[in-house]
Write a protein that binds this ligand. Structure first.
Ligand code: SAM
Length: 497
């Protein structure tokens, strides 16, 4: 369907023979749309050579408003171009956009860039209209000039058939990494990929863009993932403690490795999140066991954890559920209760909305029955249910200083609801290619709560890629085990082991 936009009247114009296409300036609106690539341009040139120029090139004030590719193709084909002058009542910019959106198959990301590029042009156009026709122009120009940034994005987005959120994304990228905009405009990378690229180290960004240009046959997404993982994993973790910890990452089955290599009652604190048997796509482990087999295996895991844990040690078990298997977390916790005593239950809140503002991140659940899933339980088990914990090591300040304890403590226990959002990530590669990580802040709190001293030794038998990060930052010794060699490799790289 043709654009519903009211088409401008196009008047034929003639140009002196001496005026070659090369001498005609381009109207800035021409820059709104990406140039054709070489092969497409030559295809257009062949077509024009065979069939002549069907749509004339449109000029405004002597500049090419629409048709720079046709003009270039005419030149290649050796065909004299035909021109028409734009003489419409509507906005020439809006006309160019409507015509090109109809003619070219732009992705939503490309349309967002068109809208973004439109913003300053619309401003100029509105002022020009005001200058030419003070009464009417003022009416049209005023709103644009006075629109808030969000509203003008909405206005431009409407013309470019985009949406204002996308335009705002382009705006934010253009501030952080303006060089990426051309990549989005060319269709080489999507807006979401650009958002991710905009926050990486500029040198790495340049490398990714150069590689993407060289290997144009490879999806940029895969290339980005590879380079981002390599880069992030090679970055040293910022230390929180000056004490150098001894961390070991063991690759293999945790039950076997605990049996073979960990002494009885040698571990102070286990913080772990086992597979939930919910079909998570890990690289090696198949997260779709028959339930009976899964619970039997978990039982063996708890037996070993119990054996290696010191008498006053703590097990923090982080395990979630899904709408499909709502009982799993509770069943596993109940099973653990055969081996330990449940001492605390903590709610880990990943995202929360307070007074209309959402904090944190979550994966939305598309359902007519189920709510978005924003929390996970953390079960704190000890051997006899009365292990002392260091509540104030993760305490929070009193809101009212009158409530400060008689001991002079400035902090109070923060309680058993922890808001710990996942870091803002934009894809699997920023999660170090692991599909089910928890933020290191969770282990940090658990390790501190269990109490830290010179003898502290932490274990995560399912350590994925994040399990040992907090131990390393806190300067305590630790052992992380994972069955997947790639996750272990990433862990070691992250911990500079
Ligand atoms: C929920 S993830 C843990 C993620 C980790 N907490 C993190 O933040 O990176 C569970 C992990 O258990 C590992 N795994 C599965 N079976 C295992 C086994 N028998 N022994 C050791 N690790 C295993 C999986 O490879 C996966 O990385």
């Amino acid at each position: 369907m043709r654009p519903s936009f009211r088409l401008a009247k196009l008047l034929p114009v003639s140009f002196p023979d001496a005026l070659t296409p090369m001498k005609i300036d381009l109207h800035p609106a021409c820059e709104l749309f990406p140039k054709l690539g070489d092969s497409d341009l030559h295809e257009l040139a062949n077509n024009i050579k065979e069939n002549g120029l069907i749509d004339p090139i449109v000029l405004l004030d002597g500049k090419v408003l629409d048709g720079r590719n046709r003009l270039a193709a005419c030149e290649i084909a050796g065909v004299t171009p035909r021109f028409k002058e734009f003489e419409g009542e509507g906005s020439p910019l809006a006309w160019v956009v409507a015509t090109n959106l109809y003619r070219r198959h732009l992705t939503p990301s490309q349309r967002a860039v068109v809208a973004f590029d439109l913003l300053p042009m619309l401003e100029v156009e509105a002022k020009e209209r005001q200058r030419r026709s003070p009464g009417r122009g003022k009416k049209l120009a005023k709103p644009l000039a006075t629109l808030s940034s969000g509203k003008s994005s909405q206005f431009a987005a409407k013309i470019a058939k985009s949406n204002s959120a996308y335009v705002e994304k382009v705006k934010s990228i253009s501030k952080k990494a303006p060089e990426i905009i051309a990549e989005v405009k060319s269709g080489r990378i999507t807006l979401n990929e650009a958002v991710r690229l905009s926050v990486v180290d500029p040198k790495l960004r340049k490398k990714i863009i150069n590689e993407a240009h060289k290997k144009s046959d490879q999806p940029v997404k895969r290339l980005m993932r590879k380079l981002l993982v390599e880069h992030s994993a090679s970055q040293p973790l910022p230390p929180n403690s000056t004490k150098k910890s001894t961390i070991e990452i063991w690759c293999g089955d945790c039950v076997k490795l605990m049996q073979d290599r960990i002494e009885d009652e040698s571990i102070s604190c286990v913080v772990t999140s086992p597979p939930y048997n919910q079909g998570i796509p890990y690289r090696t482990y198949d997260d779709n066991m028959i339930d009976e087999a899964y619970f039997e295996w978990m039982g063996k895991v708890f037996t070993e954890i119990n054996r290696v844990l010191k008498p006053d040690g703590s097990l923090f078990l982080i395990i979630g559920h899904s709408a499909r298997k709502p009982w799993t977390a509770m069943q596993v916790a109940f099973l653990a209760n055969h081996h330990f005593k449940l001492q605390n239950q903590i709610v880990w809140v990943k995202s929360i909305s307070i007074e209309g503002k959402t904090h944190g991140h979550f994966s939305p659940v598309t359902s007519k029955r189920f709510l978005n899933h924003l929390w996970e339980p953390i079960y704190h088990f000890t051997k006899n249910g009365n292990a002392a914990i260091d509540r104030l090591s993760i305490g929070v300040p009193y809101t009212d200083s009158n409530n400060e304890g008689t001991s002079g403590a400035k902090l109070r226990c923060q309680g058993d609801v922890w808001f710990v959002p996942h870091e803002t990530i934009h894809g699997a590669e920023e999660r170090f290619e692991h599909p089910a990580t928890f933020p290191p802040e969770i282990s940090r709190r658990c390790i501190k709560l269990a109490g830290i001293n010179d003898e502290t030794k932490v274990l995560d038998p399912f350590c994925g890629v994040n399990g040992m990060v907090a131990a390393s930052q806190l300067g305590v010794d630790g052992i992380g085990i994972d069955i997947d060699s790639h996750y272990c490799k990433i862990s070691r790289k992250r911990l500079s082991l």
